[in-house]
Write a protein that binds this ligand. Structure first.
Ligand SMILES: Nc1ncnc2c1ncn2[C@@H]1O[C@H](COP(=O)(O)OP(=O)(O)OP(=O)(O)O)[C@@H](O)[C@H]1O
Ligand SMILES: [Mg+2]
Length: 270
């Protein structure tokens, strides 16, 4: 076994992303308490929990935007704890933020090109890939980003993430404010991103939506996380109600060890 494979490097079999006992927050305000979790290559992981649970803070911690007081964050086995956000992006983490974070006053094309910053390679091919996935964007390359519809803005945000040819994409409530029809379009595009081999972490408020997408779900409440669970728990009110209404994480006895599906097999299977 190569050293890279042992560490879960770019071609390895280890987790793409891993938290080991991470406590983090904002300055002196603690939010996450001893969070340990792993994201396996080629999977879609859902983070679900009530408002203020710490879901966004988990994604920000991956991106070096919080104060980590203990523990380690690893990307393909590489220590990234508290590294600069731009360095973490260069290593292949695409963060599609809550509220989309597109740049107003700039065109669709400029927004996409900014996504490729710091990740050199076949930019033209990546752009073609984004336009293939989102033909609507290709029809609107010179339109100012803020004049796009909500759904188109979400496509742009995901497209911008794809422009960096990411290893892992973090999506923070991509369905927010969208019509049911547009939610289905965005879900289909997230599946297409996964089918291109990108590992995905998605934060959502809706168990029903996550049930259509994820391989594993991790509950978040009070800055703590549950063990990874099978998506069938998303249809189980006995598990959902306590965590979503009272912030009570499922007991360890309910933990299930899901099977990761290699993305290559999945492509043929669906
Ligand atoms: N910049 C900040 N400074 C101080 N506290 C913050 C900051 N951002 C978030 N928090 C606090 O951290 C806690 C977790 O917030 P976070 O945004 O991670 O929750 P969330 O699970 O994403 O919630 P929501 O579902 O409402 O988006 C909250 O108590 C919030 O007030
Ligand atoms: Mg949030």
């Amino acid at each position: 076994m190569t050293a890279e494979a042992m560490t879960g490097g770019p071609t390895g079999t280890g987790p793409v992303l891993e938290f080991r006992g991470v406590s983090a927050g904002y300055g002196r305000i603690g939010v996450l308490a001893d969070v340990s979790w792993q994201v396996r290559r080629g999977t879609v992981i859902g983070l679900l929990g009530p408002n203020g649970a710490g879901k966004t803070t988990i994604l920000r911690t991956v991106c070096g935007q919080t104060t980590v007081t203990s523990g380690d964050v690893l990307l393909t086995g590489q220590q990234i704890t508290s590294r600069r956000t731009s360095d973490i992006a260069r290593l292949g983490v695409a963060h599609v933020v809550e509220g989309r974070g597109i740049l107003n006053g700039m065109s669709v094309l400029d927004n996409l090109m900014i996504g490729s910053y710091g990740r050199p390679g076949e930019i033209k091919d990546r752009l073609a890939g984004v336009y293939e996935l989102f033909p609507r964007l290709s029809e609107r390359t010179s339109q100012r980003a803020e004049t796009l519809s909500g759904g188109e803005q979400q496509m742009l945000a995901i497209g911008r993430g794809l422009m960096m040819d990411p290893v892992v994409m973090l999506l923070d409530e991509p369905s927010q404010g969208l019509s049911p029809l547009m939610v289905d379009t965005v879900l289909a595009s997230i599946r297409a991103v996964r089918d291109r081999g990108v590992t995905i972490v998605i934060v959502e408020q809706s168990p029903d939506l996550l049930a259509k997408l994820v391989d594993e779900v991790v509950f978040v409440a009070g800055g703590r996380t549950s063990a990874p669970m099978r998506p069938t728990v998303l249809n189980d009110p006995d598990i959902l109600a306590p965590v979503l209404t009272q912030g009570v994480l499922p007991a360890a006895a309910l933990d299930a060890e899901p099977q990761a599906v290699p993305s290559d097999n999945r492509r043929e299977g669906r």
